[in-house]
Structure formats: structure tokens, C-alpha cells
Design a protein around this ligand. Sequence first.
Ligand code: FAD
Length: 487
Amino acid sequence: MVEEFDVLIVGAGISGVGGAFHLKTQRPNTKFIVIEALDSFGGTWWSHRYPGIRSDSDLHTFGYRFKPWTGPPIATADEILNYMSEVITENELGNHIRYNRKIVSANWSSLEKRWEVTAKLTEGGEEEHFKIKFLWMCQGYYRHQEGYMPKWPDVEKYQGELVHSEAWPEELDYEDKEVIVIGSGATAATIIPAMASDCKHITMLQRSPTYFRPGRNQIELAETLRELNIDEEWIHEIVRRKILYDQEIFSKRTFEEPEKVKEELIEGVKSLLPAEFDVETHFTPKYRPWRQRLAYVPDGDLFQGISEGKASVITDEIEAFTKEGILLKSQQEVKADIIVSATGFNMNVMGDIDFQIDDKSVDFSDTVTYRGMMFTGIPNMLWIFGYFRASWTLRVDLLSDFVCRLLNHMEDIGASCVEVALRDEDKNMELLTWMDSYNFNPGYLLRATSILPKRGDKAEWQHTQDYWREKDEIPAINLNASEFNYR
Ligand SMILES: Cc1cc2nc3c(=O)[nH]c(=O)nc-3n(C[C@H](O)[C@H](O)[C@H](O)COP(=O)(O)OP(=O)(O)OC[C@H]3O[C@@H](n4cnc5c(N)ncnc54)[C@H](O)[C@@H]3O)c2cc1C
């Protein structure tokens, strides 16, 4: 049996659920389905189970623009899942979502102007077949089944427990255990304070330091507005505007006066640590602020653990694993009962789906991206890839409006196919890697450069990662411009 839908949304994470909401409210007659590989909604917030899992950006902007966030700005995964559950229930999205099936292939038929999509049930492997007019990729950007673990020498000699933050064993008992967490990003900064009071001691082992932004897990403006009995809808909107205003200024400053911002960030950390702590070695990064995601540390909990002696930091490289722990390049051996690898994830392109156009395989690295959402040579498809310097979800709302506008436009002009193509003036444009590594260079992006689509040097042909520019540019996109070809 082949089922037919106007739109198929791949993934029921924050992007897919947001997309479903906008499609249902802005285009109520669209027949759509959401296909999700996991057994529930939430994506990142469902698949990550490590202790303390929480957002690192505020929920007024990570939450959707259409549903007020009423809790503290930094939220746990459970709180985010509850919020998403309310969105699904309140808007009757549940009967559009099918879980436990993975999209494995998508073949565009030029003749039928349809995507022929195959999903495989995760249990039993039975196949489902769909014909789809428009494919909306909300599959995120990394593999949920596996994390990235570097190939450390002699790792097999280690006799303790080695776990990855992305595959947390539910029954892991760390009470009174010596623990090492390898990594220095937001994940390590979350796991360490969450485990510190239960284990014997926890050590953050990092190759190089990261910037952290400690602050209270409370927004004063929101609290004041609540005391004044202002409606939550208003509070949500006002607080969003205030946060985005402040973030724009901060983001600009990281480019205009990086040294000053660096100094301020390091001072913020220093003020939470004992006077004798070696901040220069452990919390003074070598890169410009915002070149990697800046992690917010609510109530400075990471630094509290360090100050109280429950947690410590080692900045060194791993020479090899030993029977009892890790031998560092400095020749110090650190022993541990449990080693947590908080070393990030493996990016994938388009959910590891075998894409074809008229039965010919697609290599996304041969395509050029239109604003980080569409791709040359790939008809009727859009991908939501959010922001790094602002909340991901801001782009979900923006691109959802765009998808609905594009579908309305196609209906108006009687087109069943839209494709982006380089214009005459773009033909000699230099093609560059997906992300400018001077602008933003986390390890997972650098490792995936060869599989990602290309970017040009004009705003139309790249993901600028600039919400403040896109919030005006995307709604103003001229759908009759020559980069859009309709059939
Ligand atoms: C631990 C962690 C914390 C983060 N914190 C923040 C934060 O605080 N703020 C922020 O802005 N960003 C944060 N991010 C980035 C985060 O991933 C995004 O903000 C956001 O959650 C991504 O949502 P998404 O729906 O696009 O993708 P995902 O959350 O990755 O969800 C995609 C869904 O698609 C499904 N899927 C994928 N491929 C297929 C397929 N072939 N068939 C069927 N289903 C498929 C997956 O199973 C998954 O459920 C964080 C990331 C991580 C890993």
C-alpha cells in the first residue's frame, strides 16, 4: 500500500513538532504526517538521558513564539518534554505523528513530481511506502543512536566502566565512585554538578578550556511582570524581545571587541572560584568567544562543585587508557571507576536517508545551500537547521512561516515543483564549506565538512547564523526571484 500526503515531516523533535503546529494552523487543509524513528517526541530531549540534562539557552527563546514559557529560563529535558507534550495535545497534533519508524529512502520522481519515500519499522523492519509532494526535513543534524568517541590508545585495557553521554546506561551506579568526565562543553558542565554530590570525586578532563557564562536561573523582568499580574502571553513576548535585544548586542560585541568580552567572561568565572584556582590554565580558552557554542551555567553550579572540592579540573591530553584509568601526556595517571565520554556527537546529513533524484543517488556535498534551508538540484524539500548563537527554535518559527508561504505561493501559481538554482550572477561564485570555520568551528562540524552541502559568499547561498538579520530577510524573500524555479 502506498499512502499519499501533501507534506511529510521527518522527525518529531522541537523542529518537527513546531513545523506540524504551523502547518496545521497556517494551512489547515494540508494533509501531512510526521515520521519519527524514536518511540516518542522530543528528539534531543528524549534521546539524551545523562544526569542533569538541561537546556543551555533560555526557554523564552528556545520555546516557540506561540506558546508562553512560564518556568525558569534554563529547563530540564523533562520540562521541555512536558512543554512539547502540551503543544501536541492542545493542538491535536498527536494523530499526525507516527513513531518507531525510520525514513530510509526518498526518491524524487520528476515524472510524478512526488517523493517516493520508504520508512522502516524499527522493530521487525517492515516497510511503509509514501508518495509525498513536499518533504520537510526536521531530522536535526546528528545521529541519535551513537555519540562521537575518539579512538584513544589502549581503551580496551580499561577495566572500569566507559560510557558515552549520548548512550547513558539507566542503571549506572556512581555512588561513592571515582569518575572522570572527558570533555569541556555544555554536556560536561551539566553532568559534573549533577553527579558531584553523589560520587566520591569527579574530574573534568579537558584538552582545552571552554567559555562559560554563569548567571542566575531567573529572569528578573519576567518576575517583575508576573508580580504586576501581566498575562503570560505578554510576558513571553516582552521577555523574548529583551533577551534577543541583549543577545544581539552581546553577539556584536564578540566580533567588535572580542578581547574585552573574553576578559568579562573569564572574570565571571574567576569570581566564583577560590582565589588560588588556576583560571589561566583551566578556564581561559584560546579561541574567540562564540566561535563555539557558549554554555550558560545556571547559578554557577559547575564552579560551586569545584570550590567545594567535590569536582576538579585537569587540562591535559590523553596519552593512553590504562587498566585503572587514563595516562596523560604529562605522565600523570588518573584513576577512575567510571569514565564518561562527553565528547560530542556524529553529524549526519539528512537523517542518513538514501536520497535519489530519478533513481540517481544524491551527494549533498555536490549541492549548494539556499540560506541553509534548501539545496540546488533538490526539488520540494526544506531542512530546518537552527542557530548556534541564538536558540534553535527561533529558526523553526521563521522557516515554518516560509514553508507555509512557499506552499501557498505554489498553489497560487499552479506549480507542483519548486527548486532553487544558482542565478547567472552566481555562476562564478566561489563555493566554500558549509560553515565558515572562522565564524564557528566546533569539532563535530569540522569532522563533517566533506559530507555537508556547499555555501557561497552571498547571503542567499549560506546559513548566515544571524537571527537578527534573518528575522527581517526571510519574511521578505521574493518568491518570484530568479533563484526559484517552478514547474
Ligand atoms: C545535549 C544537547 C543540548 C542542547 N541544548 C540546546 C539549547 O539549550 N538551545 C539550543 O538552541 N540548542 C540546543 N541544542 C541543539 C539541539 O539539538 C537543538 O536545539 C534542537 O533540539 C534540535 O531539534 P530538532 O528537532 O531540529 O532535531 P533533534 O532534536 O535532533 O530531533 C530530530 C528528530 O528526528 C528524528 N529522525 C532523524 N532522522 C530520522 C529518520 N531518518 N527517520 C525518522 N526520524 C528521524 C530523530 O529521531 C529525532 O527525534 C542541544 C543539543 C544537544 C545534543
